[in-house]
Design a protein around this ligand. Structure first.
Ligand SMILES: [Zn+2]
Length: 141
């Protein structure tokens, strides 16, 4: 049993939170859970999980897979994933939006951003399609 707290900052134990998604034992029931599990996957450098949960039309697939994996890996390793705050979540049958603030640091510099992320459900699975990014913490969005 893994007693560590989940890196998605839910304050739940990892084993009660995102671990089942990362291990592929369970699919996220909603886009907010998927968003959280992607954040924790970044914090844990789970590159394949990030790729697996990206929508085929996501802009990241403009890179070849090898470059994409390398880029995600170095981003994960260079970044401190300090906090995640969900501001808004709306979900319809096949579309969902999650607005969140990601508090991040890289090389001692604050690289936090606010994102309105867009998810689509394909074949029963929520996937990250893309997002609108704003620098810093933007609670006004
Ligand atoms: Zn979690």
């Amino acid at each position: 049993m893994n007693e560590k707290l989940c890196t998605c900052k839910s304050k739940k134990k990892y084993s009660d939170c995102c671990e089942k998604y990362h291990l592929g034992k369970s699919n996220c029931e909603n886009a907010q859970d998927l968003m959280r599990s992607r954040f924790s996957a970044y914090a844990l450098t789970l590159v394949d999980y990030i790729i697996k949960t990206s929508h085929p039309e996501n802009i990241c697939f403009q890179k070849d897979l090898k470059t994409l994996k390398k880029d995600i890996k170095s981003f994960c390793e260079e970044t401190l994933f300090e906090n995640l705050e969900i501001l808004d979540f709306t979900q319809e049958k096949k579309q969902a939006f999650v607005t969140f603030i990601a508090t991040l640091k890289a090389n001692g510099k604050d690289i936090s951003f606010t994102e309105i992320s867009h998810f689509e459900k394909i074949a029963g699975k929520w996937l990250y399609k893309g997002g609108q990014l704003f620098e810093g913490s933007r609670k006004d969005l």
